[in-house]
Every structure is written in structure tokens, then in C-alpha cells.
Design a protein around this ligand. Structure first.
Ligand code: UD1
Length: 417
């Protein structure tokens, strides 16, 4: 298993570009199942999660040309299986996103239940509730969701909880359903909007993207399209947090600052100098800064996917901060590892109380999930001496060539095979 060796204490400096958003690409790739025509992605990112989705789509019979990391073309004109097997789904929960499109186009689908993961139980009850509202019959057999219908019909759906994947699955199911679908309490995340924009290019009729009420008028069929996914706001935020924590100075390019407003405003509240332009963000982290409290919430609130990285940053701010995690139950696996590096953090239910400023010292630590890994890298970049981060395969799921790109900003980080 690969690990990182990080020698901390060097401020990050320079310029870095953001890649295509993993969480936008995943549903958009699944949307290729909705048409027999070609869908071209002008750019993709070289991530394990993207390979996982590609493997699943290939298993279903989708033809894929091009290289992951560059432009790729998908064509689902000869879908040969309607089953998403356990072995492929367990690797990545987002595999459940093939359920909506398969059911909409082929009236049948069998998708393994994703099960739990390190950050909580993560049920799919809202996806199922939505599909049932569109007329699907759902059974469970040996760990699989078995869905069928004569045809999907438009319906009214109210999500009991804001769900990104649920909204995306129902959006993909409803575009080919007969009649009008209303999704209330819909997720407003940019990744939902990006999927909606691709579906619109394919001929779908959708209104209200980016609001909590999406209305879809079903069409008989969809055509192909060309798509350039949005930049990865979480990757962008991770680089900014790393630069801020190391008292560096960086410019992140090819990003969309509007997608990161809550995060950027917190950085400014702390006292960082942040200058945003249309598609770049400059951050100067040289000054001493103060702590701020954060609470994660659905977009446009503070993203849960940046909570772990922000906790690492807060260890370097003066004062006490309370970090509340409101989206996932057990998303504090990074805390005991940060404590090993000397962080002063106490867990109180779904809140972490971070006291700063602490002087971190290198130690061996263990990555537990994707964003927790990024948090440990940030702490390692700050800590005096050597930090060894084990199990970085989590990190490769969502950050492309992370160590090489950090090296380009001056970081001393190395991958050991
Ligand atoms: C997506 C992101 C993930 C991010 C999360 C929240 C992808 C591939 N992943 O995950 O990085 O952390 O949004 O921003 O885009 N829930 C239910 N029932 C459901 C569905 C969800 O109770 O049917 C709960 C979840 O357990 C969680 C909350 O709702 O507590 C939000 O989950 P959701 O927005 O669905 O997350 P994902 O789409 O899985």
C-alpha cells in the first residue's frame, strides 16, 4: 500500500490549476446511459473513482473511447447488462447513480445496495422514495435493489433530507418519465446543476436548477452532447487550506470562486487575504489569523467535504473554534490522527472543539477516508519533522497526482510504493 512521507514547515507558494470536479463527472458519466448517442467529455480527471465508474459502465456495455484524464467519449447504444454488481458498487457508493438512468431507459435495473462507509451509514432511502413516486416497483433481493416499471410517470417528490445523489438519481430518472416531475427540497449543489446542464444539452426539459425546487417535463428520448465539467471546488478549497495552514501564498487557477463562497468567507473572517477573480483565487497566508466556528450544511453552506481540511487549518489559528458536522454522523475520523501530531482537539458529539495555535510535530498517521487523508496531508505540511501518512489509496480516489502538484508549490512530499 502506498504511503506519503511529508517533511513539514515549508510555506506553499506558486500557482496551481484545478481539475474537473469528481462529483460532477460521476453523475454525468452515468447520464450517458440515457441515450444511444455519443456523449463527449472535453476533459476528465485521472482519479480512481472515475476509473471505478468507467469500469461499471463498461460492465453494463457502454463503449468508451479516449483516455481518462483527457477527453473521453461514451456511447451506450448496446447496453448488455442491467446489473450493477456488488464488487463494483462496494468500491464506490456513487455507483448507485446508474439506477435512475437504467430504469428510465430500460425499465429495469438491479443495483447492489452500497452499504456503509467510514463516514456513516449513508442510506439510499430517499433515492428509493423518489423512484417509487415516479411509479417504479422496488424489491430487495440478496443485497440488491431490484427496480422495474412499465414506464416511469412524472410525480411529486419531497426529499426528507437534502441529498445530492438522491436529487441526481431522480433527475436522471425523471427526464425520460411521462409528464411533469417536481423535486422539492432538492439539492442546490453546483454538481447537481452541472448534471442538469448536461441533461439539458441532451434535450431534457428542466427548470429550477440551483434552487430547492426542480421541475422536469419528461421527453421521449435524449440525444448526445458535448460537456466540459465544472472545476472541482473541493480540490480548490484543499489547496487553499494547505497554503493558508503553511503560511504560504498561492493563486489557484481554473476554478469557480462562486462555488466556494462559504469557505472563502470563513478564510476572510479568520483574517486571510483572499482575492477572487472570475476563475482564480489568490490567497496570502503570511499573517497571524484567528479561529472561526463552522457548521457544515448543504450548498450554499459550508461543505462537509472541506470540514476535515478546515480542522487541520484551525490548529494554526489563534483561539478556540467549534466545528459542527451536520451532514454525516461519523465524519471525525481525522481527529485522533491529528491529535497524534499534537493538535488540541476535543470531540463533543457532532462537534469538534479545536484550540490553537498548536505547534504540530511529525508522526506516523493513518488515512481513513478521502477528505480525512487531505486533512492529514495539510497537517503534515505544517508539522515539524517527518509525517508518514499510511493508506493514501483513499486520497487517490479524489485528488489527481496530489503529491506532484503539491511539490510544484514547494512542498516536500513523496510517495513511497
Ligand atoms: C455527495 C458527495 C459527497 C458529499 C455529499 C454531501 C458525490 C459522489 N459525493 O454524496 O462527497 O460529502 O454529497 O455534500 O457527489 N441520506 C439519506 N438518505 C438518502 C440519501 C442520503 O439519509 O437516500 C443522507 C446521508 O446519509 C447524508 C446526507 O443525507 O447524511 C447527505 O447525503 P447525500 O447528499 O446524498 O450525499 P451523497 O450524494 O452520497
Amino acid at each position: 500500500m502506498d504511503k506519503f512521507i511529508v517533511i513539514g514547515g515549508i510555506p506553499l507558494k506558486g500557482e496551481i490549476s484545478v481539475r474537473a470536479a469528481k462529483n460532477a463527472l460521476l453523475p454525468c458519466l452515468a447520464a450517458s446511459l440515457l441515450t444511444s448517442e455519443k456523449i463527449i467529455f472535453e476533459r476528465t480527471s485521472l482519479l480512481v473513482d472515475i476509473f471505478s465508474m468507467i469500469s461499471l459502465l463498461e460492465h453494463l456495455g457502454v463503449k468508451i473511447e479516449g483516455k481518462v484524464g483527457e477527453s473521453i467519449t461514451l456511447k451506450a447504444d448496446e447496453v448488455s447488462s442491467l446489473v450493477a454488481p456488488y464488487d463494483l458498487v462496494r468500491k464506490m457508493r456513487a455507483s448507485v447513480l446508474v439506477l435512475g438512468p437504467l430504469l428510465a431507459r430500460f425499465k429495469k435495473a438491479k443495483v447492489s445496495l452500497p452499504g456503509g462507509c467510514a463516514i456513516g451509514a449513508r442510506p439510499v432511502d430517499q433515492h428509493i422514495k423518489g423512484l417509487k413516486a415516479l411509479g417504479a416497483e422496488i424489491d430487495y433481493e440478496e443485497g440488491y435493489i431490484v427496480a422495474k416499471c412499465d414506464e416511469l410517470k412524472g410525480g411529486d417528490i419531497f426529499f426528507d433530507k437534502v441529498t445530492v445523489g438522491g436529487t441526481q438519481n431522480i433527475l436522471m430518472a425523471s427526464v425520460l418519465a411521462k409528464g411533469r416531475t417536481t423535486i422539492a427540497n432538492a439539492a442546490r449543489e453546483p454538481e447537481v446543476v452541472d448534471l442538469g446542464n448536461l441533461l439539458k444539452k441532451m434535450g431534457a426539459k428542466i427548470e429550477g436548477l440551483g434552487t430547492d425546487r426542480i421541475v422536469v417535463e419528461g421527453v421521449d428520448e435524449l440525444k448526445g452532447g458535448v460537456h466540459n465539467p465544472i472545476p472541482d471546488r473541493i480540490e480548490c478549497g484543499t489547496f487553499l487550506a494547505a497554503a493558508a495552514a503553511t503560511k504560504g501564498k498561492i493563486k489557484v487557477k481554473d476554478c469557480n470562486p462562486i462555488h466556494l463562497e462559504a469557505f472563502l468567507m470563513k478564510l476572510e473572517e479568520m483574517g486571510y487575504e483572499v482575492v477572487s477573480n472570475e476563475n482564480s483565487i489568490f490567497l496570502n497566508g503570511e499573517k497571524e489569523v484567528n479561529s472561526v466556528d463552522i457548521t457544515t450544511s448543504p450548498y450554499p453552506g459550508f461543505p462537509t467535504d472541506l470540514q476535515a481540511q478546515f480542522v487541520a487549518l484551525l490548529t494554526q489559528a489563534v483561539g478556540t473554534a467549534t466545528v459542527r458536522e451536520e451532514i454525516f454522523e461519523t465524519r471525525f475520523m481525522h481527529i485522533p490522527e491529528l491529535q497524534r501530531l499534537g493538535a488540541d482537539i476535543k470531540l463533543e458529539g457532532n462537534a469538534a472543539v479545536v484550540k490553537g495555535k498548536t505547534s504540530l510535530k511529525g508522526a506516523p498517521v493513518m488515512a481513513s477516508d478521502l477528505r480525512a487523508s487531505a486533512s492529514l496531508v495539510i497537517a503534515g505540511l505544517v508539522a515539524k519533522g517527518k509525517t508518514i501518512i499510511n493508506r493514501i489509496y483513499h486520497l487517490d480516489r479524489g485528488y489527481e497526482k496530489f503529491e506532484e502538484r503539491l511539490q510544484s508549490l514547494g512542498a516536500r512530499i513523496e510517495r513511497i510504493k
